[in-house]
Ligand binder design. Structure first.
Ligand code: ZN
Length: 428
C-alpha cells in the first residue's frame, strides 16, 4: 500500500443538490492499493490505520480527482486557435479539411499520440472523445489510449451527407466498421457517434439505432442545439420532427447513456424530455464563446433537472484544460441572462464527478470514495509563480480551489495517475 500525503479535495456528492458536498483535508492522505482508493482522510488517522504503508510526502500541492472531459474531438488537435468563425463556417473551412487528413494511417496515428499526451498533460484521466470518420484512425485512438493508460471512450463518427464526400459513409459500411471496432476494443469503452443530425440521414440514424439496440451497454454521443443556423438547417432537413431532440428520439437514441454536446438553445419541451430520459448535456463554455454559439442556459437546465458535465470541445474550444473550462463556465454564468455564481465545489464537481456520472462510471471513478480507481491529478504551482504567491496563506478550501481554477495550467500539473499508475510525473 502507498499513501500520498497532500491537501486533498473531492466532491463525492452533487453540490447542486447537497450542502457540504465538498470534502477537503488540509493535511490529507490518499491510501492506494492495487490501483484503487483504500482510504482517503486526514493524514494522521489514515497513517495510523495503515502503519506499514509507504508514504510519499507531496505537501505543498493539492490532490484532486482526475479530470473527466465529457466532450472532445480527437481529430481536431491541430485546428485549435482557429478563431473568427461561426460553427458551420468553421466546420467547412478549418475542421473538415483537417478531419479528412486522418484517412492517412500514419498521420492519424501521430495525431492520436498528440491527443492522448495533451489530455494527460492537462490532468484529464477520462474522456468521451469523438473518434474519426475513418475506422483506422478511430482504432489508432483506442490503441494510443490503451498504451498511455488513459480511460478513453470513443467511437467511429458517422455521417452520410453535407460534409465532404470523403467523410461520408454508406450505411452498410458504417454498420460493419462500427461492429468491427466494438468487437476489437470491446463494448465497455464504445460510444455510437453520429456527428450531428445535420450530417446524418435517416439511414445513418437507423444504423445508430441498430447498434445501440444490439448492445445496450454502449454509450451514445452527438451534438444538439449548438448554433442558431445549425438548428434552422436541422429543422429544414427533418420537417416532421417537432424539435432537434425529437430527431434522435425517433431512433430511440436518448436515454441514461446519452451524452449530448452543447444544448445552448433548447426549448422547454426538450429540457423536460432530457430530464425524463436521464440524458446528460456536455457543457462546453469555451467553445460556445469562441464560435459565438451563445451562453448555455444553466439555470434552465438546473430547474428542469437536466444533468450536465463539462467538456473542452477541442478544437471548437480553446484547449484541453478542464480547469480553464470550469473557469469559463463560471465567467459566462456570471453574465448569463439568468445569472448563476458557481461555487468552487460546483466547478470541481463539474470537472470530475459529473463527468463520471455522465459516462455512468461514477461507481468506478470521479471521486476518492473507498474502492474507486485511484485516478488523480496532483497540482503544485511552480515556485515564484503568481499562483504560488496567491496560495500562500490561503486556508479556505473554497478559496484555494477557486485560485487553482483561475490560475493553474499545465505548468502546475505535477503528476497524473490512472488506476494508481503515474501517466505523468514531473516531480524531480
Ligand atoms: Zn463537439
Amino acid at each position: 500500500m502507498n499513501i500520498l500525503r497532500a491537501a486533498i479535495f473531492h466532491t463525492p456528492r452533487n453540490p447542486f443538490l447537497a450542502a457540504n458536498a465538498l470534502v477537503s483535508y488540509a493535511d490529507g492522505a490518499l491510501a492506494i492499493e492495487n490501483g484503487k482508493v483504500a482510504a482517503c482522510g486526514d493524514y494522521s488517522s489514515v497513517a495510523k490505520a495503515h502503519p506499514d504503508a509507504a508514504v510519499r510526502d507531496l505537501r505543498g500541492g493539492y490532490i484532486l480527482p482526475g479530470f473527466i472531459d465529457s466532450h472532445v474531438h480527437f481529430p481536431q488537435v491541430r485546428i485549435l486557435g482557429g478563431l473568427g468563425y461561426g460553427l458551420l463556417d468553421w466546420l467547412e473551412q478549418l475542421t473538415l479539411p483537417e478531419e479528412a487528413r486522418l484517412a492517412d494511417a500514419a498521420y492519424a496515428s501521430s495525431i492520436a499520440q498528440e491527443f492522448v499526451a495533451a489530455l494527460a498533460a492537462h490532468g484529464t484521466t477520462t474522456a468521451l472523445a469523438f473518434g474519426s470518420h475513418f475506422a483506422g484512425a478511430t482504432a489508432a485512438l483506442f490503441t494510443a489510449a490503451e498504451e498511455r493508460g488513459l480511460r478513453i471512450f470513443s467511437g467511429l463518427v458517422l455521417s452520410d451527407r453535407l460534409l465532404r464526400p470523403e467523410l461520408h459513409q454508406a450505411p452498410d459500411a458504417a454498420y460493419r466498421d462500427s461492429k468491427e471496432l466494438i468487437e476489437r476494443f470491446g463494448p465497455l469503452r464504445y460510444a455510437v457517434t453520429p456527428r450531428f443530425a445535420f450530417s446524418a440521414s435517416e439511414a445513418i440514424l437507423s444504423v445508430c439505432q441498430a447498434l445501440v439496440r444490439e448492445n445496450p451497454s454502449l454509450l451514445f454521443t452527438t451534438h444538439i442545439n449548438e448554433s442558431g443556423q445549425e438548428i434552422e438547417q436541422v429543422a429544414r432537413l427533418f420537417p416532421s420532427a417537432a424539435d432537434y431532440l425529437a430527431v434522435y428520439e425517433r431512433f430511440d437514441l436518448i436515454g441514461t447513456r446519452s451524452v449530448l454536446a452543447h444544448n445552448v438553445h433548447p426549448c422547454t419541451g426538450e429540457l423536460q424530455r432530457l430530464a425524463a430520459r436521464g440524458a446528460t448535456i456536455a457543457h462546453c463554455p469555451c467553445s460556445n464563446a469562441a464560435l459565438g454559439s451563445g451562453i448555455f442556459p444553466m439555470q434552465r437546465h438546473i430547474e428542469a433537472n437536466v444533468r450536465f458535465a463539462l467538456g473542452t470541445d477541442v478544437g471548437g474550444g480553446t484547449g484541453f484544460g478542464m480547469l480553464k473550462e470550469g473557469l469559463q463556465a463560471y465567467l459566462m454564468q456570471r453574465v448569463a441572462s439568468e445569472p448563476i455564481t458557481l461555487s468552487p465545489a460546483q466547478m470541481l464537481y463539474l470537472a470530475t464527478r459529473a463527468g463520471a456520472e455522465a459516462l455512468r462510471i461514477e461507481d468506478q471513478t470521479g471521486d476518492f470514495e473507498t474502492g474507486k480507481a485511484a485516478d488523480l491529478v496532483y497540482l503544485r504551482p511552480p515556485e515564484n509563480s503568481v499562483l504560488a504567491g496567491v496560495l500562500k496563506g490561503l486556508e479556505s478550501s473554497e478559496r484555494i480551489i477557486a485560485a487553482l481554477f483561475t490560475l493553474a495550467g499545465t505548468e502546475s500539473v505535477g503528476a497524473v495517475h490512472v488506476d494508481g499508475h503515474a501517466i505523468v510525473d514531473r516531480r524531480d
